[in-house]
Design a protein around this ligand. Structure first.
Ligand SMILES: C[S@@+](CC[C@H](N)C(=O)[O-])C[C@H]1O[C@@H](n2cnc3c(N)ncnc32)[C@H](O)[C@@H]1O
Length: 178
């Protein structure tokens, strides 16, 4: 089964189940608060049902979600967010339609994407001085750093956090090297 088919099947139970696990995405971003400050435009890629968009909305004046699974996207819209139906690998296409973003996030989502394509897209839509936040599974950390590093992104801060029982995420904040 593809990841998108997997999330399509999970969508209607997603909120209930992650709440039962104790998933609290704000705890993942909180250690970066001082570095991020207040941002103008945030893009949350793989936004799911909008739980991570709620966190981003505390840091950004306006937020936009990207989510390819319709049932997930619809729930995020029910929470009042604007969501584009597209894959993370396609975010580079936003450049023509949307202004740049000064915070791009991936909460529990980049592990399911083709990262080399994602980095190219992020490169196109990130504002000068923009930041990229992501949570990654520990076994994917080196690959992520390598692929973002190839495009001149550097890690500003790294924190290891328990997202819920049995799941630790490495939380990374990247900026473009000047
Ligand atoms: C574990 S959920 C996390 C959702 C949300 N960010 C949160 O923190 O609750 C992973 C999300 O990534 C989405 N996803 C999976 N593959 C994707 C892709 N290639 N592009 C964009 N989103 C994707 C899934 O549909 C799902 O909504």
């Amino acid at each position: 089964m593809s990841w998108l088919a997997y999330f399509k099947r999970w969508a209607s139970k997603y909120d209930r189940e992650v709440e039962a696990y104790g998933y609290q995405p704000h705890k993942l971003l909180l250690p970066f608060r001082a570095l991020i400050g207040k941002r103008k435009r945030g893009l949350d890629v793989g936004c799911g049902t909008g739980k991570s968009l709620e966190v981003m909305a505390k840091f950004c004046e306006e937020v936009l979600g990207v989510e390819p699974v319709e049932k997930m996207a619809k729930r995020a819209e029910d929470r009042g967010f604007r969501v584009l139906r597209m894959r993370g690998e396609e975010v580079g296409k936003l450049r023509e339609k949307e202004a740049q973003f000064d915070l791009v996030s991936f909460f529990a989502s980049i592990d399911y994407m083709k990262v080399d394509e994602v980095v190219e897209g992020v490169n196109r839509i990130l504002a000068p001085d923009g930041l990229v936040f992501m949570t990654v599974e520990p076994e994917n950390e080196d690959k992520l750093k390598l692929l973002f590093g190839k495009q001149d992104f550097e890690v500003v801060k790294r924190v290891s956090r328990k997202a819920y029982e049995r799941q630790t995420y490495i939380c990374l904040l990247f900026k473009k090297q000047s």
